[in-house]
Design a protein around this ligand. Structure first.
Ligand code: NAP
Length: 274
């Protein structure tokens, strides 16, 4: 079975390609650097030839409202057309827990539009809803910073390690399509402010964390449970403190994998607004 991982050079994509190969599957990383551009459609037909499963873990380079909507809708239309033409039997996409519950967020509106296209395409599919990645927590703090203060609502969050996300989506991809959504999350729940305080403390970052019920999260006001799974989620194994205690390079990016098609060239932090 051939698996094509769209966004296969990114944070989750590179880990997923490795996981699939470790489990003896043929996995191809598709991204602009390997000649595949989902926005223009370039290289898609060739990359998907003979593919049984497509896993979309790509992300928009821009999170500006119109750009992010264009990325997820145009790319997904191109991908679905090419997947149908190639006879793909399972279409898997990574999205975010709470996507349908946080309509104020331009990013999540775009993810919702992506999901709607997938559900209506007629290809057997599985959508994986993941919670915020540990690798993304610093970016959340930066986004919520005003001067030396980080303002956050006192809501629940259940983040997870990118390694656990990749494993979870890998397991879904090798299984039968669920034609629905699978939720995955970390093993611990935190108050948002406590999580960010812990992350900043581990980095010796002196910013002060202040609780503000109306503080917005990437443009959206959150309810107590907006960011946590609605049902029985599959849980990752790694705890946040265990992740924080890893050496920085291991935690936030891995060196290039020269044995893969292109692998990841440079360590990179997660960078998108969830
Ligand atoms: N961060 C979180 O907390 C979180 C939580 C839940 C779900 N998610 C979802 O997880 C997914 C992956 O996130 P990530 O952090 O792994 O992303 P990432 O590291 O930013 O990687 C994005 C990937 O998409 C590729 N890409 C960008 N534009 C493309 C295009 N036009 N055509 C083909 N590929 C393109 C990138 O290639 P280049 O490097 O060559 O540009 C890269 O391989 C996203 O869909 C996101 O919504 C994230």
């Amino acid at each position: 079975m051939k698996f094509v991982v769209i966004g296969g050079t990114g944070l989750i994509g590179s880990k997923l390609v490795s996981w699939l190969r470790e489990h003896s599957h043929e996995a191809v990383a598709a991204a602009p650097d390997t000649g595949v551009n989902t926005l223009t459609g370039e290289g898609l037909a060739d990359a998907l030839q003979g593919a049984s499963v497509v896993v979309d873990v790509s992300n928009s380079p821009s999170f500006e409202e119109l750009a992010v909507m264009k990325f997820f809708t145009t790319s997904t239309r191109h991908l679905l057309e090419s997947a149908a033409a190639a006879g793909v039997r399972h279409y898997v996409a990574l999205s975010v827990v709470g996507t349908e519950r946080i309509p104020d967020s331009p990013y999540l509106r775009a993810k919702n539009a992506q999901e709607t296209l997938i559900k209506g395409a007629g290809i057997p599919y599985s959508i994986v809803h993941a919670t915020q990645f540990f690798e993304f927590v610093k970016r959340i703090a930066d986004e919520a910073t005003d001067g030396t203060t980080v303002r956050l609502p006192p809501v629940l969050i259940q983040p997870m390690a990118a390694d656990d996300v990749a494993r979870a989506i890998g397991r879904v991809a090798v299984g039968a399509p669920v034609n629905g959504t699978v939720e995955v999350a970390g093993p611990q729940q935190f108050r948002f402010d406590e999580l960010i305080r812990q992350d900043l403390g581990a980095r010796n970052d002196p910013r002060e964390v202040v609780v503000d019920p109306h503080a917005r999260y990437f443009g959206a006001e959150l309810g107590e449970r907006s960011l946590i799974p609605a049902g029985d989620a599959r849980l990752g194994e790694m705890r946040f403190e265990e992740w924080l205690n890893q050496p920085v390079l291991q935690r936030e990016g891995s060196p290039p994998d020269v044995s893969s098609d292109r692998g990841r060239r440079t360590p990179r932090l997660a960078a998108d607004p969830r």
